[in-house]
Design a binder for this molecule. Structure first.
Ligand SMILES: Cc1cc2nc3c(=O)[nH]c(=O)nc-3n(C[C@H](O)[C@H](O)[C@H](O)COP(=O)(O)O)c2cc1C
Length: 326
């Protein structure tokens, strides 16, 4: 396959694995890159910039293909040395960084100086335009369906992608809700140059999370996600477990008076991280997207990518081409 994304990123298939907190370790990134996509290590999953340095070096031993690093800049309880993480990315000659959470402008001189291509993930046309203006190489447009932070506009990809494609000139990845080849064909038809997936790779053989989570995703339907932090204007789509349901109840109860303090303990990152390792589904908040309704197994990343590509090509060449009269 050849698109502006395969050309830009130097990869075989226009498929990217989005940054995933507590999931995006070297093993997963290398598996995706070795399968012809772009794997991404999640910088902040590493406790310090020094640990990120080691993780990148570990990944380089597992693959000689390009891989990226995600740098997510979101409100946090503890201050994060973003600049130092960014410096480690540059020093390791990483070819692409996925930024998310806020405008990457402050980091652009550093990344540009080191020849790192920036793919900015955002959830609206206005943020994509802004990113294009500050010089990113590509945007990853995350629709309302996505796992993690869908923003506050609630525009799904059937509208968001063509709306972005109408005005964005740089290459664009479609992100959010994607897990099949037919969806990939649809995204390409809507103007994307490739796809970015999180949940699909979360439920893969090489994903480091407990098998209980992978099974829960395979068994869950598209209805089994919850939106939390809505009243705080920091919406996150997560797996609908007992903790997410309790958070939603508190949010409803508190209404206009909702404060983060009321749920701080319930949503603590350490609990979510521990749950992913122990396999306790209700052990904390953990992230998953609506696409889980289309996922019923957790094969290797290579199988996931091969299946998606062959279904995508089949959809374009047979199903769609078959609708056209000679
Ligand atoms: C477990 C998990 C953790 C995630 N953590 C992050 C993160 O730290 N930074 C980020 O930019 N996106 C994060 N995301 C979002 C993904 O990179 C991607 O944008 C999203 O999953 C796309 O939607 P999909 O899951 O429907 O494919 C996470 C997603 C999942 C499933």
């Amino acid at each position: 396959m050849k698109t502006r994304i395969t050309e830009l990123l130097g990869i075989q298939y226009p498929i990217v694995q989005g940054g995933m907190q507590n999931v995006g370790y070297a093993e997963l990134a290398a598996a995706v890159s070795n399968a012809g996509g772009l794997g991404i290590i999640t910088a902040l999953t590493q406790p310090t910039p020094e640990d990120l340095d080691k993780e990148i070096k570990r990944c380089k031993e597992m693959t000689d293909k390009p891989f990226g690093v995600n740098l997510t800049i979101l409100p946090t309880i503890k201050p994060v040395p973003y600049e130092e993480y960014a410096r480690v990315i540059c020093e390791n000659n990483i070819s692409v960084v996925e930024t998310a959470g806020r405008n990457p402008e402050p980091f652009m001189p550093l990344f540009e100086g080191a020849g790192v291509k920036v793919v900015h993930k955002c959830t609206s046309v206005r943020h994509a335009l802004k990113a294009e203006k500050v010089g990113v190489a590509a945007v990853s447009v995350d629709g309302f369906e996505c796992a993690g932070h869908p923003g506050e506009d609630d525009i799904p990809n059937l509208v968001l992608l063509p709306a972005a494609a109408k005005v964005i000139k740089i290459p664009m990845l479609a992100s959010g809700g994607i897990g099949t080849g037919a969806q990939m064909a649809a995204c390409l038809a809507l103007g994307a140059d490739g796809i970015n997936m999180g949940t699909r790779f979360l439920a893969s053989k090489e994903s480091p999370v407990h098998e209980n989570m992978k099974r829960a995703i395979a068994e869950a339907s598209e209805l089994d996600t919850a939106l939390i932090f809505r009243p705080l204007k920091n919406t996150a789509r997560v797996f609908k477990n007992a903790v997410a349901t309790q958070v939603n109840e508190i949010e409803r109860e508190k209404g206009q008076d909702m404060k983060f303090d009321y749920i701080m303990d319930l949503v603590a990152g350490v609990k979510g991280k521990a749950a992913l390792t122990s396999g306790e589904i209700d052990g904390g908040i953990w992230t998953s997207g609506m696409v889980q309704g289309l996922i019923d197994s957790y094969p290797s990343c290579a199988e996931i990518i091969d299946d998606i590509i062959s279904e995508c090509v089949g959809t374009i060449n047979q199903r769609l081409a078959g609708f056209i009269n000679d």
